[in-house]
Design a protein around this ligand. Structure first.
Ligand SMILES: *Cc1c(COP(=O)(O)O)cnc(C)c1O
Length: 384
């Protein structure tokens, strides 16, 4: 489909092309010096002691669960209003996802009160997800984790560069995981990064990322080793040098692009408030620094979402839904994992629509989208 205004778009140019060519010409394609540079630059950017590049964020979440020692039948509390990977990582280690509700219609992040209600003697960890790049209430969640001695993982896939109380997201928990999937703020197609301030955890993650081998192909190439031992059940979760080279360039653009996303978000909010006051605007009054990854709105009850989205599509504007609750997916509700009443999640998930958001969007585009939202609202009223 050729959208007039797509949901997301890349900010790629000659710098990315040059970076890829540089790797091709270096004749070293997999995890090596470029990945090391990317890791150092990313660690510095978020203010973490360690950043470990991985093949994607799902792999990073899996490594976080493994290295925080989550075991079969341990309970892990997480939001249902997230991408399925957050919950899949919990299942990879055999632990049980326990879904908590969100804060409110205007703050779609996990509710600390709902987390506390779900704590049992079997609870071992909390995974938060900074929805849309908006920080969860980390001061409250950190306190709960400390009080109950729980591991804390941040799914920061939406939140590179977001901050709360002057501290970047990803470095609040024991481990934070970022995604560099095509449609994310820092995009390399596939890719991810795990950050942590814990030296022992970082060492375990590095080890498991590459088959738990005591030396890498890279070390042997440089003549530092000629054989190896395998000390654990490891994985191949390595990134390629091409991915890391793209990541380095994209990291340099991230602050500027996040700032652009904030301007566009403010413009959307101003125009929607003025022209479409029946639409609810989550995070309108967010107090942290957001990465503004997506632009979620909630349609009023009397509007039929499918028709609204079809109307936007007929104007060449792509929209999406973030998210169908994970607890409703057949894999999760057929097992006992989907249990739990999540009234706010359900209410929001049935009304949420995501509008186009990317740094190369223009203010004129935002006006076009908002005008189309106004028309689509009128065209999709439910017949009562
Ligand atoms: C994109 C995303 C992931 C998965 O990232 P991959 O890099 O594609 O594995 C995990 N959690 C959330 C919230 C995401 O948006």
């Amino acid at each position: 489909m050729d959208w007039r205004i797509p949901l997301a778009d890349l900010d790629y140019g000659p710098e990315e092309e040059q970076a890829v060519l540089g790797v091709l010409r270096s004749r070293w394609l997999t995890m090596g010096a470029v990945t090391q540079h990317f890791e150092q630059a990313f660690a510095e950017f978020v203010g973490a002691r360690h950043a470990i590049a991985v093949s994607n964020a799902t792999a990073g979440l899996h490594l976080a669960c493994l290295t925080l020692d989550l075991k079969p039948d341990d309970e892990v509390i997480l939001p249902a209003l997230t991408f399925v990977a957050t919950a899949a990582a919990v299942r990879y280690v055999g632990a049980i996802p326990i879904f908590a509700d969100i804060q409110s219609e205007t703050d779609l992040t996990i509710s600390p009160a709902s987390i506390e209600q779900r704590i049992t003697p079997r609870t071992k960890a909390i995974i938060v997800m900074h929805y849309g790049g908006y920080a969860c209430d980390m001061p409250a969640i950190e306190k709960i984790a400390q009080k109950h001695n729980l591991a804390l993982i941040e799914d920061a896939a939406h939140a590179p560069g977001a901050a709360l109380d002057g501290r970047k997201m990803g470095v609040w928990g024991d481990a934070g995981v970022f995604s560099f999937f095509s449609n994310k703020n820092l995009s390399t197609g596939e890719g991810g990064m795990l950050v942590t301030n814990n030296d022992a955890l970082a060492e375990k993650v590095r080890c498991l990322r590459s088959h738990a081998m005591t030396s890498l192909t890279w070390d042997r190439h440089r003549g530092h080793a000629w054989s190896y031992d395998v000390t654990d059940l490891g994985y191949n979760y390595r990134p390629s040098e091409i991915i890391s080279a793209l990541g380095l360039v994209q990291l340099q653009k991230l602050e500027k692009n996040n700032q652009r996303r904030r301007e566009l978000t403010a413009c959307y909010h101003r125009l929607l408030e003025e022209k479409c006051p029946v639409v609810t605007l989550p995070f309108r009054l967010h107090c942290g620094v957001s990465a503004c990854h997506i632009l979620p709105v909630l349609l009023p009850e009397q509007v039929e979402r499918a028709r609204f989205m079809a109307s936007m599509k007929s104007n060449g504007i792509q929209t999406s839904i973030h998210y169908p609750p994970v607890s409703d997916f057949s894999f999760y509700c057929a097992s006992s994992f989907g249990q739990g009443v999540l009234p706010l999640t359900r209410h929001v998930a049935s009304r949420e629509v995501t509008l186009p958001m990317y740094p190369t969007l223009t203010l004129k585009d935002v006006e076009i989208v908002v005008a189309a939202v106004g028309r689509a609202l009128n065209e999709s009223l439910k017949v009562s």
